[in-house]
Design a protein around this ligand. Sequence first.
Ligand SMILES: Nc1nc2c(ncn2[C@@H]2O[C@H](COP(=O)(O)OP(=O)(O)OP(=O)(O)O)[C@@H](O)[C@H]2O)c(=O)[nH]1
Ligand SMILES: [Mg+2]
Length: 474
Amino acid sequence: MFDALSEKLQATLDDVRQRGTLTETDINAAMREIRLALLEADVNFKVVKSFTNTVKERSLGADVIGQLNPGQQVVKIVHEELVALMGGESEGLTFSSRPPTVILMSGLQGSGKTTAVAKLARWLKEEKGSSVAVAACDVQRPAAVEQLRLVGAQAGATVYDRGTELSAVEVARWALDQAKQDGKDVLIVDTAGRLHVDQALMDELVQIRDAVRPDTVLLTVDAMTGQDAVNVAEQFAAAAGFDGVVMSKLDGDARGGAALSVKAVTGKPILFASTGEKLPDFQAFHPDRMAQRILGMGDVLSLIEQAEKQFDEGDAKDLERKLRRNEFTLEDFLKQMKMIRKMGPLSKVLGMLPGVGAQLKDAQVDDREMDRVEAIILSMTPKERRHPELIKGGRRLRIAKGSGTSVQQVNQLVKNFQQMRKMMKQMSKGGMKGLEGMMGGAGMPGGAAGMGGGGGQPQIGVRGGSRAARRRKK
Ligand SMILES: Nc1nc2c(ncn2[C@@H]2O[C@H](COP(=O)(O)OP(=O)(O)OP(=O)(O)O)[C@@H](O)[C@H]2O)c(=O)[nH]1
Ligand SMILES: [Mg+2]
């Protein structure tokens, strides 16, 4: 899914990202590429136009924020707009405060409704621990009832069916009573499809809706039908209404046009993605994760975002100045370490840096080591943090006791810090940036700029860091 689109967008954005500066001409060229890629992915042409216009406007007007270069900002904007295009923050299902929560499934014939009913039942059971019943309200064909009996049972749901003896509305009403009696958390109502959106279909849907008053009406659309799926959704929105989309058969859809257009055209988000014939092939749809997958940048984007949140430019400048003047103290070090830790466990932060993931396999990252370093520094007086050379004899013992460590560990930290400070001073001449330097990796010469680990090598609790650094230099 999205393979071709993904490839093209990535090529365009990689190119943009490499540039230090971006002219309006560069941006125009990039937008042309993006427009073509989206059109080839079968995205609705109006949607494409408005998408590229927004991205262009925002890119031209972007402020220079924090650590991002213009190219990175464009990547960020494209990502944000892709997320918005697919629905932004998805609200998910609405659950009733008085169970059962009722979900009504609608859609054209063969779109994947019955399959989606069973998959959703399973999903609710597994993810939310709900007790789920499904109602067989497709009474057009006996086979449809039989199909739901089968897949509903496989999904672990109670199946309410009356064969084809009653009308769809009657079955729906009866099933709701049953669900109440049985104390079910959720009732999902399967309905009949038609070849086309017609009045009879809409009338029946509206009648069932009025009978069971669903908390959420879902529309299943077949992603493989591309823009047809979007047109169908538009017709349903106008005629019967719905709250969210189940995009089915995404596994058979190489282009992704329907998934990218449906929210913009109907105003309703995709809530679930169905990606195969088996019951577990079903996921809640997360626009942000999907956008990341399309852009193929893994976690680089979330790193950009988090770095932006945690590091303000003023702090970075301040740090650089301190390093240059050799005024960097253990207090600053603690501050830096805390900033990094706010971004998540160290192993995760390092793993998010491009190219570092693989190296992490042999570099063990130990967050406990950082806990220890933090405890030691916190046990020092402010004066000691500014002048670590004072830490001798009795002071060492006091700090070790206060932090629950040993005198040797305190010694080691002070020694490593002094070594590091020397090294950082040298590096700062080559354009030191707060994050990179403290991470002891990611392209910094020397690699290990931290402390706490054993041996003579200063480390920030990253064992095997020197080996990784050697490999990086190759
Ligand atoms: N590959 C793939 N096949 C799917 C998916 N969802 C449904 N199908 C298949 O699509 C066909 C139709 O699915 P149904 O669930 O019966 O569709 P329906 O909308 O209930 O059809 P009617 O009841 O006839 O209106 C079945 O063969 C399903 O196995 C999916 O996500 N991926
Ligand atoms: Mg069906």
